[in-house]
Design a protein around this ligand. Structure first.
Ligand SMILES: CC(C)(COP(=O)(O)OP(=O)(O)OC[C@H]1O[C@@H](n2cnc3c(N)ncnc32)[C@H](O)[C@@H]1OP(=O)(O)O)[C@@H](O)C(=O)NCCC(=O)NCCS
Length: 200
């Protein structure tokens, strides 16, 4: 469920299936300190799962890219009763392939397993679809059960190659040009010769 949070035009409140309420708002360049505080509260395993390598924090240039509307859209997540402390962040990132947009999520360890990832992934999917993105792609470690379950729940096609699972979710129906049908004079069906019963 998604509702407008009172008093914050750019904030939506998402209720996870567990009943936990999460505030989701667009992130800005001056949120880097809050995002890096969040990184400090995450385990190395969670950060590795998000970045597919060791990572303690984001550099200013990296964060600028994640909040640059020409390249990406990122949101900060907060608990409803503590709106100024980030418990996670998520991003939609334009890829060089114009047919796809990357979706990524990082949720603080003590907030994992409450359905927040599922709810926020659904929100990202809705936003991406409304903005006209043809498809979403996420790269997931093959042992990352939670992320893989979210991908499957959303209906993504998941393929494992080179030790990484690529989850791809098509958002817009692809229009395929079909040549106009022209009945041909040649029939490929054998002529019926005096029998009314099929021999099949
Ligand atoms: C992956 C991540 C975003 C998932 O978010 P989350 O809020 O923890 O996940 P949810 O609570 O929504 O659970 C997602 C699924 O995992 C299942 N799950 C939750 N905890 C689990 C556990 N301990 N063991 C197995 N499955 C579990 C849930 O039941 C759900 O599956 P279902 O819908 O089939 O029932 C979050 O754990 C995270 O930030 N991890 C570190 C970074 C990362 O891996 N990012 C993804 C790659 S970009």
């Amino acid at each position: 469920m998604t509702t407008d949070a009172p008093g914050a035009a750019d904030t939506v409140e998402i209720i996870a299936l567990s009943g936990v309420a999460v505030l989701v708002r667009t992130a800005h360049s001056d949120d880097l300190a809050a995002v890096n505080d969040l990184h400090g509260r995450c385990s190395p395993q969670s950060r590795r799962a998000r970045y597919h390598g060791p990572r303690d924090a984001l550099r200013t240039t990296e964060w600028r890219r994640l909040v640059d509307p020409a390249r990406a859209w990122s949101v900060l997540l907060a608990a409803a009763d503590e709106p100024d402390r980030a418990i996670g962040f998520a991003s939609l990132i334009r890829l060089p392939d114009p047919d796809s947009t990357e979706a990524s999520l990082l949720i603080e360890d003590r907030w994992q397993g409450f359905g927040i990832g599922t709810a926020v992934a659904g929100h990202l999917t809705t936003v991406a679809k409304r903005s006209g993105a043809p498809a979403l792609t996420s790269w997931i470690g093959p042992a990352n059960v939670r992320a893989l379950r979210i991908a499957h729940r959303l209906g993504a096609d998941v393929r494992v190659a080179d030790g990484v699972a690529e989850a791809r979710l098509v958002l817009q129906p692809r229009v395929i040009a079909v040549p106009p049908y022209e009945p041909t004079a040649v029939s490929y069906l054998p002529a019926c010769r005096g029998t009314t019963r099929s021999s099949w």
